[in-house]
Design a protein around this ligand. Structure first.
Ligand SMILES: [Fe+2]
Ligand SMILES: [Fe+2]
Length: 274
């Protein structure tokens, strides 16, 4: 059994100390093997915000970490940095690379930098990035759950969020499903949900799940949507048909703790009849 903690959009600079304390406690108790940070790690890409974020992640002492930058992690307010080295501050804290893959006996996690320096809010995945992920997925070992991490959502539930959808999402999910991906994780809109992408995209060649996380620590919550994180549990692919468990943990202002509020079974790898 392995588990992966997805922390998204913490926006250091706007974090709430009580929520941070509760998340550290939850991580201590659940002991995940992998930490995924799906972007918007900081609020304004300040050096101090990145240092604070890195310190918090180190304190969680999770054996493997994969991070990608979000649009808030670009040095937006300094024209020189934005033009010449938009990710320098991010890389100092979470480098050395912008895109990484981690591999454990049961998990392959591929990070994709979907932010663009001149399209501040709109994320994009390029054809070259789609191909790179396909090549990474080809390296997955039998039995590994295959997860791609992007910042902006590949699927939205509400028309009002459509403008925040990742540009290039359709060729990306078609290619990644064909290449064997099981899950695409994202954040950005501070709204947690899970969706069966094959149900909304006709002709997808394999079951693929969209897993969105809310904001883990920030005051920038949507109305009525508390801070939350995702915890993914996966045993192995030995028992077929395979599945993994996705838990949503919400911060509860009453108990001052993160509590499991929802658990979804994600069936894996089925061939989709069109
Ligand atoms: Fe965000
Ligand atoms: Fe974002």
């Amino acid at each position: 059994m392995t588990s992966l903690l997805q922390i998204s959009d913490p926006h250091f600079g706007t974090v709430q100390p009580a929520v941070m304390h509760a998340l550290a406690q939850m991580a201590r108790e659940q002991q995940p093997d992998v930490l995924v940070l799906s972007g918007d790690i900081t609020q304004r890409a300040q050096v101090a915000e990145f240092s604070h974020a890195r310190e918090f992640c180190d304190q969680l002492a999770i054996p493997h970490m994969l991070a990608i930058p979000g649009n808030h992690d670009i040095a937006l307010f300094n024209p020189f940095e934005r033009f010449f080295r938009p990710y320098a501050r991010y890389l100092r804290a979470f480098g050395p690379a912008l895109e990484n893959t981690i591999s454990t006996p049961l998990l392959q996690v591929v990070g994709v930098k979907t932010t663009r320096r001149w399209r501040h809010k709109n994320g994009e995945v390029s054809a070259a990035q789609i191909d790179r992920v396909v090549a990474e997925l080809a390296q997955a070992k039998p039995g590994q759950l295959r997860i791609v991490v992007v910042h902006q959502p590949v699927h939205v539930l509400d028309a009002g969020d459509e403008h925040d959808r990742l540009r290039g999402w359709e060729p990306a999910i078609r290619a990644w499903a064909r290449a064997g991906a099981d899950i695409v994780m994202g954040g950005h809109i501070h709204l947690p949900y899970v969706c069966d992408l094959a149900a909304s995209v006709a002709g997808l060649e394999r079951r693929l799940w969209g897993v969105q996380a809310g904001t883990a620590l920030s005051t920038r919550v949507r109305e009525g949507i508390p801070n939350s994180v995702n915890l993914l549990r996966y045993a192995s692919a030995d028992a077929l048909p395979g599945s993994c468990q996705l838990e949503r943990w919400d911060y509860q202002a009453g108990s001052l703790q993160f509590e499991r509020v929802k658990s979804s079974t994600l069936d894996l790898g089925s061939t989709i009849a069109s």
